[in-house]
Structures are given as C-alpha cells and as structure tokens.
Write a protein that binds this ligand. Sequence first.
Ligand SMILES: *[C@@H]1O[C@H](CO)[C@@H](O)[C@H](O)[C@H]1NC(C)=O
Ligand SMILES: *[C@@H]1O[C@H](CO)[C@@H](O)[C@H](O)[C@H]1NC(C)=O
Ligand SMILES: *[C@@H]1O[C@H](CO)[C@@H](O)[C@H](O)[C@H]1NC(C)=O
Ligand SMILES: *[C@@H]1O[C@H](CO)[C@@H](O)[C@H](O)[C@H]1NC(C)=O
Ligand SMILES: *[C@@H]1O[C@H](CO)[C@@H](O)[C@H](O)[C@H]1NC(C)=O
Ligand SMILES: *[C@@H]1O[C@H](CO)[C@@H](O)[C@H](O)[C@H]1NC(C)=O
Length: 505
Amino acid sequence: MKFSLPFFLFAFNHLFTPLVHGENEGERLLAMLIKKLEHKTSIYDAALNQNSAKDDEGTVYLSRQDGLKVADKITRLPGQPNDVKFDQYAGYVTVDPQVGRALFYYFVEAPKKSFGKDKKPLVLWLNGGPGCSSIGNGAMSELGPFLVKSDGKTLYENPHAWNNIANMLFLESPTGVGFSYSNVTSDYKNNGDKRTARDSYTFLINWLERFPEYKTRDFFITGESYAGHFIPQLANLILENNIKYKNLTTIKLKGIAIGNAYIETIENEQGLFDYLWLRSVIHNDTYYHIKSVCNITGQDYNGDDVCIKALEVADIEKGRISLYNIYAPICNSLQSDKNSLQQGNILKKGADPCSDHNVESYMNLPEVQTAFHANTTKLSHAWTQCSDLFKHDDWKDRPDSVLPEIKQAIDSKLRVWLYSGDFDAIVSVTATQYSLQNLGLPIETKWGPWYHKEQVGGYFMVYKGLTYAIVNGAGHMVPADQPERALELFRVFLEGKQLNTSSPP
Ligand SMILES: *[C@@H]1O[C@H](CO)[C@@H](O)[C@H](O)[C@H]1NC(C)=O
Ligand SMILES: *[C@@H]1O[C@H](CO)[C@@H](O)[C@H](O)[C@H]1NC(C)=O
Ligand SMILES: *[C@@H]1O[C@H](CO)[C@@H](O)[C@H](O)[C@H]1NC(C)=O
Ligand SMILES: *[C@@H]1O[C@H](CO)[C@@H](O)[C@H](O)[C@H]1NC(C)=O
Ligand SMILES: *[C@@H]1O[C@H](CO)[C@@H](O)[C@H](O)[C@H]1NC(C)=O
Ligand SMILES: *[C@@H]1O[C@H](CO)[C@@H](O)[C@H](O)[C@H]1NC(C)=O
C-alpha cells in the first residue's frame, strides 16, 4: 500500500514538520524517514546508485588560482566585533567549468600571534542534511568565531571558536547549498553522495592552489549528522587520489571526527524509537506497541492504519519538543524576547533556539553578501540554512550503511573519532552504539567518564582504531550546546591524545 505525503504529515504533525519556519539539519534527516514511510519500501534501492558508472572519471579539474587568495580576503563582516586577531577569507572555487559549478567557502585562520600558528592544522568542517550549509550551521551557529545576534544584523564573539586551535575551512556543499551554485539549474537534481565527494575533492585540490602555504599542513575533516556519509567518503577518496594522481597535491589527511553521525539507515530508525523510550519521552506500552505493529527494524514499515495510530499516540505523548535536542527550549515568541534581553550571554544559557532565523536574516543582507564575496552571479533564490533546490527524491546515491567506508578509513590508519550529543533523538547515542556494535572492533579502553573543568564532560570508550565519546548535555549540534566541552574534545582529537580520565581530588 502506498501513502501520500499529506497523510503522513498529518499523522506526524509535530514529529516531522519543522517547529519553526525553514528546516535544519536534523529535520532534513527526519524528512528522509517520511519518504521511506511514504513509499513504504526502502528508497535506498540499487536504482539510486545509477551514477556509479561515472565513478571513474579519469581526470580532476585543476585551474590556476593566482591572485584569487588576495581577492578573497574579507576586510570586515558587517556587524562583527572590533579587534579581530585573525584573517578571514571567502569566495568561490569552480569545480566544473562545463556546467559552471562553483562551491563557496569561508576560511577562518587561527589568531596571528597564537603559539605555533604556522603549524596549526587545516580542518574542513561539513554539515549534513544533505543540503544544509556549513557556514550557516557550523560557522554561524556552532563553532565559528562569530555567532549572530537576535537582531539578525550584528555578530558577537564565540569564545570557544574552533579557530582558536586550528585553521577552519567551512564548505557549502553540494552545489545548490547556500551560495554554492550551478549555472545549469538541472544540475541541482544530480546531487548524490558520490558527486559530493568528488566535488569536495576537486574543491580542496584547487583551494590548496589558492592557499599553497597549507599544502603541507596536517589536514583533518570534521562535521556532523549526514556528514556521517560525506566525511568517510571524502576521506577515502582523498587517500585513493593521493596514490592515483602523482601530479596533484598529496593531501596530508590525518583524521576524521564526526558528531551524531548518520551511519546506518535501519539502526538509526530503530535508535530513534528506542531512544525516545529510554528517555521516557514515550510510554513503555506505546513503544512496545509500535515495535509490534510497525516492523521498525525491517526494511519495510507496515505502513498501515494500525502503525500510524501507534505513531500518533507517540507523537501526542512526546509533546512539542525539538527532536534534535529533546531538553532544549524551542524557538517561540517568548524565547526570542528572552534572547534579546540576554544578548551576548546566550552561550552561558545554552544555545539560542532561534539561531536559524537570525542567521538567515544576516546571510541575506546585501552588504553581508558583498563582504563575503558571495552571490556574485545574482542567484534567483534566497540564502537558506538548508537548500530547497533539491529534495531527497533527487538524491542520486545513498548507501544504507557507511560502515565499510569507516572501516576503510580505520584500516588506512586515519585517526577516527565519533562523538554524540546525548540529548539528540534524530541521530541518537543509541543509534550510534548499534552501528558500533555492527562494526565490531576490539575494545582497548573500557567505557568510562572523561573530565573537563573538574566535571564529567561525558563518557568514552576506545576501540582499536576508533574513539567514541559522549558529550553530556548536548543535542544534535554539539558545539552549539556544549561549546567548552566540544572545544576540549576537538583539542584532544587534534593532538592525538586521550580524553582526561582523572577525576578531581
Ligand atoms: C556562471 O555564469 C556567470 C555568467 O555568465 C559567469 O560569470 C560565471 O563565471 C559562471 N560560473 C562558473 C562557475 O563558471
Ligand atoms: C595528471 O595526470 C593524468 C595522467 O596521469 C592526466 O590525465 C591529468 O590531466 C593530469 N592532471 C593535471 C592537472 O595535470
Ligand atoms: C513494557 O511493556 C512490555 C510489553 O508489554 C512488558 O513486557 C514490560 O513488562 C513493560 N515494562 C515496564 C517497565 O512496564
Ligand atoms: C519486517 O520486514 C522484513 C523485511 O525487511 C520482513 O521479512 C518481515 O516479514 C517483516 N515483519 C512483519 C511482521 O511484517
Ligand atoms: C543573490 O542576490 C539576489 C539579488 O541581489 C537576491 O535576490 C538573492 O536572494 C541572492 N541569493 C543568495 C543565495 O544569496
Ligand atoms: C585532568 O583533570 C584533572 C582534574 O579533573 C586535572 O587536575 C588535570 O590537570 C587534568 N589533566 C590534563 C592533562 O588536562
């Protein structure tokens, strides 16, 4: 039996429709679940892997980048604090000259006078969706140097910005996301996992020509959510191309770290309902009823009335919470008023739930776009946190599991970290642990607490080749909810050390 989308939107009113206007990374992933329900069967069919034939395109597009770095230097972002001690750059890198496809980046260097600045690594940050902006989410709402105030016009300093310890590169990927574009609009419908990896690689190779001083720098890839697909895929492509193309830059990739990583389809969905039950968001009876009538762990849902009814009960029990941080306030009029009163103090009170609105206002200001050197071709659509130019149905390829890619990264001796904000239901701690179980790595350090500032920052476990860490008190967007703990985790990851296990005296 096939169901129409409106029917499901009715059934899952709160579960699946955004609480605020627009969409974010977590909601994107939920939309994928609706699609699965709508079609009843899995949408991850072999047919979706149709563009694999183009996999072995023999060449990588490379063009001269002389003078472009200077042109990309940002003088000042509108409304930014004074006294900024680091350089910022932004601009386009063409990845396909035939259709005219260019990806947009924002690069924030470590502070000029900071110790060992010339050795600090280069780190690429990727958000998920697929289709959500790494600049709007990662840079402007999570770990960038500036976050947007509730006026949507001015910026305040993020004291726990990751560029304190690394040179941070934020990429709007794939094409159609944020300011990234194609001159042939039908090109937006050709996005998929494989092309995203290829374009990101082409971007990096050309970007390194523009910033040649970073060619020899240690390189890491970090990100979250659906970047659980993008990151291991890109990492393996880099390693393959490092060997394959002797005439291209050898990227000094050292490791990857992924937050609330979307790894496996079935495990993730099972993890969602198990998590809601474990956290007492839904009642035991409701949970067992769903399990018996919906066949969650099967490839197919029993998308019949009985299952829908059970899910409706769950939805009512859950209430109006955000599934990507079940304990966080949601954005409503009361909340936006409060934020304007607490301006600049938001970090101490937890992440700003209205951040998406503020960021969208800011990024659409013409003077902001000019300062970023963005939107030079006067695109006909507005900048949004997540792209409306392609939908899940358009996505060309998406494996059900990226465990093989993660395994390959481990076997290639990359440093591999997964971390989870434990208040996230969308890619829950439970889901990640099911996938880790499937991965089946030998355990080196047993489960236990890690400390930061004399408090338990979370829990962690070291497997052979992979560290898994929990960040207590964070949702889907870990650096936004727990900025200090996130920065500590990032520091330890970069330094190749272990989280601090000694409890305070
Ligand atoms: C897209 O087209 C515009 C207008 O012709 C041109 O200026 C721009 O360079 C093109 N973009 C790419 C990436 O080729
Ligand atoms: C690199 O070498 C390959 C052949 O090994 C060639 O096809 C390709 O065009 C070269 N790329 C560049 C950018 O020179
Ligand atoms: C939860 O429900 C199941 C199935 O009805 C039942 O076997 C179990 O005892 C219940 N557990 C609790 C704690 O109520
Ligand atoms: C659940 O789905 C699997 C296929 O993924 C199927 O083999 C099984 O029969 C289904 N179970 C029920 C109770 O429908
Ligand atoms: C690009 O600029 C045009 C015209 O100035 C504007 O209407 C559009 O919203 C902008 N698009 C993006 C993606 O910034
Ligand atoms: C680890 O934490 C303890 C207190 O919990 C602290 O005394 C010690 O300095 C920390 N070690 C490192 C390497 O940060």
